[in-house]
Write a new protein. Structure first.
Length: 420
């Protein structure tokens, strides 16, 4: 099995551009299968629940087989739960996995961009791939990630495939408030967020944006549940993004969001708690504002301690509120964990959050967020009374050195293999 790099990439990109957005992924996998004489080539996209992969295919007739199969017209989505096997190992380690079975070899390669695990490329080959071929397949899988990112702007196909549970209106609104990628790796830091929704959406959000020398982030929790809560969250997040993009200070962002929620949602009748943050990537100084929210947790040298910050009213509670922040100098190896009260109140109060944060300390933030969400579900689920949302930032203090990645991920920062 051989891959001729430049010509192979050119053929795949040409096939993608000639295809409709709904056919883009199948166009690239067809070209790949042809070049490798593969028996099959598939793309498996990570579902929004974070606990399964979904094989998307177009099938005019016949049975798609597999586990849980959904259909929309001629589109077929086969749900493959993560079970600790080779597919989950590939996602965790961000390294291709090879499985020999009968007279064929199955290869799974991570489809990742800046640490965001988009899914897997799955190939069934007639011969065992050489080490060099696996490296090249990793590059192809990385390219596939950009194909998905580019083409999902033009179609609902990928969004439909990832929704293994239906969305109501408030969930639809809330989804639009979240960032396009839940994970971001950079030289100085790795960040990941997660939202485990309640049965009736409770208005939680997280957001971030990376500038040249600054990382902006926020985590908010709107009052109430359902559409009203989602609309309050929309006001808050929309204002924070607007002022952030104008280059306003963190205090100015808080003041503008406070005024917007108070004016349009009604002062005192609706509000949102928030933690707003900005990290100077050159110095490692993290500026934080706590607007009526749970304090962030700082994990340093194995200890977990709340960050003591000045107290401020929630955004929108009082129209004339002023806001005060504080600076927290980060050290290499620090982890910042920010959660909403869905992680700590009602039935979730049974969870020893500090102990769980210590337990997942060795995991990449991408896996750590989901492990903490699983821990909350274990004590307060299967249906949550309140959204459980969290944001984790690992600080490396390597802004000048830059990121060292291979095929979309820094494998040195990846979680280790699952035991067994």
């Amino acid at each position: 099995m051989e891959l001729s790099g430049t010509s192979m990439m050119a053929a795949m990109l040409g096939a993608v551009e000639d295809a409709a957005p709904v056919d883009a992924v199948e166009a690239i996998t067809r070209e790949l299968a042809k070049a490798l004489d593969a028996r099959s080539a598939s793309f498996l996209i990570a579902d929004f629940g974070g606990r399964a992969l979904v094989r998307l295919a177009h099938a005019a007739s016949g049975d798609a087989g597999g586990h849980d199969v959904r259909r929309r017209h001629d589109e077929v989505a086969t749900v493959l739960p993560l079970d600790g096997g080779p597919m989950e190992q590939t996602l965790r380690t961000q390294e291709p996995q090879v499985f020999a079975g009968g007279d064929a070899w199955t290869v799974w390669a991570p489809v990742t961009e800046r640490g965001e695990a988009i899914g897997l490329l799955e190939l069934v080959l007639p011969v065992e791939p050489a080490v060099g071929a696996l490296v090249e397949l990793g590059r192809v899988a990385h390219l596939l990630g950009f194909v998905v990112i580019a083409n999902r702007r033009h179609t609902d196909l990928f969004e439909w495939g990832q929704r293994t549970t239906p969305f109501n209106l408030s969930a639809e609104i809330q989804r639009r408030l979240l960032p396009g990628a839940f994970t971001c790796e950079a030289g100085a830091f790795t960040l990941a967020g997660w939202l485990e929704p309640a049965a009736s959406i409770a208005g939680d959000t997280f957001d971030y944006s990376l500038a040249r020398d600054l990382l902006h982030f926020s985590l908010t929790d709107a009052m109430g549940h359902g559409v009203a809560s989602a609309l309050t969250a929309t006001l808050g997040v929309g204002s924070l993004r607007n002022t952030r993009r104008q280059g306003r200070t963190l205090v100015e962002q808080a003041q503008a969001a406070n005024a917007a929620v108070a004016e349009h949602a009604g002062a005192g009748s609706s509000f949102l708690t928030a933690v707003l943050g900005r990290v100077d990537l050159a110095s490692g100084v993290c500026t934080l504002i706590n607007a009526g929210h749970l304090p962030p947790l700082l994990v340093r040298d194995g200890d977990v301690e709340p960050v003591r910050l000045p107290k401020n009213f929630p955004l929108g509670m009082l129209p004339d509120s002023t806001f005060v922040g504080a600076d927290v100098p980060l050290r290499a190896g620090d982890r910042l964990v920010i959660v909403t009260d869905g992680m700590t109140e009602r039935r979730a109060a049974q969870l020893d959050l500090h102990a769980e944060v210590r337990r997942v300390a060795g995991l990449h933030p991408r896996e750590a967020t989901r492990a903490l969400a699983d821990a909350v579900l274990a004590v307060a689920g299967p249906v949550l009374a309140d959204d459980a949302t969290l944001l984790i930032i690992d600080w490396y203090d390597e802004h000048i050195l830059g990121r060292r990645s291979r095929s979309g991920a820094d494998s040195d920062r990846a979680s280790g293999r699952l035991p067994g």
